[in-house]
Design a protein. Structure first.
Lengths: 127, 540
């Protein structure tokens, strides 16, 4: 591609102010007009969602990420048999998948709750 | 040759084309082609994402690796699934809310930099080709393994079918095709596994790693492919034919790298650096694969993007329970693969090897082969759609009103390079190349997406520097590994599994340079953050 081409136009423009169809309220105005209050509200939501994601990744790091270290530090663990199957096979080949799905389900639930709290906070002043 | 094989493969090809043609009736505008107009329901979408994701590396490669190396490589399927958890936690909903079509679009929306956009385009094309190539190669190798036909024809047929389907149906059709192929792939591994386990029970549950070493379950003939030493004593030459009776001990071949006995059964043979590098690449690489990301724009809103991702995680996890079992049973029923080194064929050969070449064994053998074909078709279709989408919007640049014909041109352009390469390169290791594509994605787009979504301080200069440093280092390591000369062993691990140092490097450079160029933070970052994170219900 040529270097001196004009920059491509952003094709998608989803701006909150555009979507606001007349029925404005104070909370949304705070958000879209970037008042200090609105800015603080958004920062709070981002921080809450990030903290949730980091906490749950810590759960995965603790539950799965430490296994190679554990197997290296205590080789005896690798020789333990449960129902005739060696423990590492059972942990990695079978149990890791429901564990990951469980963490994911918890995230979806709590992330949606964070968003509902945020929405309630924004809408309250007008009512 | 298996008489059910050709009808089975033809059926899969016809169904793929037919479902694609059915979808064509709905494909009207360019937007339909690119993101299916965002009207695909979450369950269809989740099945389509899973169908697209489960590639030849998952369907054939994982079982082959387990057969060869044992418990240590179980990190591959775990990481391939866990990648969706990382995607869910850090990327899914905000990315959908960003409203962008492709990864370069995201760069534009978040950082307003056209230089960064071009750099991202280059990475999408590189990762796309790196991932398409092994799919086509896998198709070629499967065709030649099963039919004795030529490798080139297999690669060419799959390449042409995929190109035609993407060019004429676009993504709307592909969504239906991919969803169908997920269920086909799951069935193709699950149904034979039921019969295989029953057979294993009926055989008196033979041990997977008998203390005296593996034995041949039936009389077997092995043709030696390269000069080698058997069991460290007997020298054999290429082309020599070896005959073994049922119950003979399986000799170890010096040219084939594999683990045996306790080393296969217990973890820790591959070293901590390689293991953690693999974990980083697979956990973080999924979110940077272009064909995975493009799917998220087909969700109607952020919350449904999240729920779709969770369903995908469950579907992919369910699928990955199966390849491990194939690898384990392959240890009992197809030990000759450990002599030839052709372990990627274990899924294809196991049903007939264990159940005999009666009707049942042959039918199930044809079923897994059809599943393998579905794996090549679906992943390469998805990759091609996303690479063609990027060529369409960023290289041909027809602007907003680009025609459907331009998209078709982009598709053919995107397919030419990998198909051409696949015809000339046939000896690259399939699962290894796929792992390297994950490493490049994890070192380039993962930091860009995570920092772009969660950190206001990211600047265009920081993102560019990080992409060049981390992504560029991973790219160089890939090229060195694939094309370069053999490296000294201490260095080879460092370059062959680069993610453990390239991912942190990329993050550090992005954060460091962004802090130094703090003045370049886009003035509208507050509005962008609001759009990425606020629920859609607040927009109206």
């Amino acid at each position: 591609m040529a270097v001196d081409d004009p920059p491509p136009r952003p094709r998608v423009r989803v701006v909150l102010a555009d979507a606001r169809s007349g029925t404005s309220d104070h909370g949304s105005a705070d958000l879209t007009e970037q008042t200090p209050v609105g800015e603080a509200l958004v920062k709070g939501l981002v921080r809450a969602q990030l903290a949730l994601a980091l906490r749950l990744s810590l759960v995965v790091v603790a539950g799965l990420g430490t296994l190679p270290l554990l197997f290296a530090a205590a080789p005896a663990v690798g020789a333990v048999k449960v129902f005739g199957v060696h423990l590492p096979w059972l942990l990695l080949g079978l149990l890791s998948f429901p564990f990951l799905v469980g963490v994911g389900a918890a995230y979806v639930r709590w992330a949606e709750r964070n968003e509902q709290d945020f929405a309630a906070l924004i809408r309250r002043p007008e009512r | 040759m298996n008489p059910y094989l050709v009808p089975g493969l033809v059926l899969v090809l016809l169904l793929t084309v037919a479902i694609g043609a059915y979808g064509l009736r709905f494909a009207r505008t360019t937007s339909d082609f690119l993101v299916a107009s965002r009207s695909v329901s979450p369950s269809w979408n989740a099945a389509a994402i899973s169908g697209e994701y489960l590639s030849a590396a998952s369907f054939l490669g994982v079982a082959g690796l387990v057969l060869r190396y044992g418990v240590d490589v179980l990190w591959y399927p775990v990481g391939f699934a866990a990648g969706y958890l990382a995607l869910l936690l850090f990327v899914a909903a905000p990315l959908r809310r960003s409203g962008a079509f492709t990864l370069p679009d995201f760069c534009q929306v978040r950082l307003r930099s056209s230089v960064l956009r071009r750099l991202a385009t280059a990475f999408v094309l590189f990762i796309g080709c790196l991932y398409l190539l092994p799919q086509l190669q896998g198709a070629g190798l499967t065709f030649s393994t099963l039919t004795g036909g030529s490798y080139a024809w297999g690669a060419l047929v799959v390449g042409v079918v995929v190109t035609a389907n993407v060019a004429f149906g676009g993504m709307r059709a592909i969504t239906f095709v991919q969803a169908f192929q997920y269920w086909l792939k799951l069935t193709a591994l699950a149904v034979p596994m039921i019969f295989l386990i029953l057979q294993w029970q009926a055989d008196g549950r033979p041990e997977v790693t008998p203390p005296a070493g593996a034995v041949f379950p039936a009389a077997t003939t092995v043709v030696v492919e390269r000069d080698a030493v058997l069991d460290g004593t007997r020298v054999v030459e290429a082309g020599e034919t070896l005959h073994f009776a049922a119950g003979d001990r399986v000799p170890r071949v010096s040219t084939v790298d594999a683990e045996f006995g306790a080393a296969w059964l217990r973890p820790g043979e591959r070293g901590l650096f390689a293991t953690y590098s693999l974990i980083l690449a697979t956990f973080l690489g999924t979110m940077g694969l272009p064909h995975v990301l493009v799917r998220f724009y087909t969700n109607p809103d952020g919350a449904s993007a999240r729920r779709t991702t969770l369903v995908v995680l469950a579907m992919v996890g369910l699928f990955y329970l199966l390849p491990t079992l194939y690898g384990v049973l392959g240890r009992i029923y197809t030990p000759q693969l450990l002599m030839t080194g052709n372990t990627d064929a274990v899924v294809l050969l196991l049903p007939e090897a264990a159940l005999g070449d009666g009707h049942l064994g042959r039918l199930l053998g044809a079923l897994v082969t059809a599943g393998a074909l579905a794996a090549f078709l679906s992943t390469s279709s998805g990759l091609l759609t996303s690479v063609a989408g990027v060529i369409f919007t960023d290289v041909l640049r027809p602007g907003r009103n680009g025609s459907v014909r331009d998209f078709r041109v982009a598709t053919v352009l995107a397919a030419l390079v990998p198909i051409g390469l696949a015809l000339y390169v046939s000896d690259m290791d399939v699962s290894r190349v796929v792992g390297l594509a994950f490493a490049v994605a994890a070192s380039s787009f993962c930091p860009l997406l995570v920092l772009g979504i969660w950190w206001r301080g990211l600047t265009d200069a920081g993102a560019i520097a990080g992409l060049i440093a981390g992504g560029g280092a991973a790219m160089a390591a890939v090229l060195l590994t694939v094309l370069g000369p053999p490296l000294p062993s201490s260095f080879a691990e460092f370059v062959g599994q680069p993610a453990a140092w390239t991912v942190p490097l990329s993050f550090l450079v992005m954060v460091g340079v962004s802090l130094l160029t703090g003045k370049r933070v886009p003035p509208d970052v507050g509005a962008t953050m609001l759009r990425l994170h606020a629920p859609e219900s607040l927009r109206s």
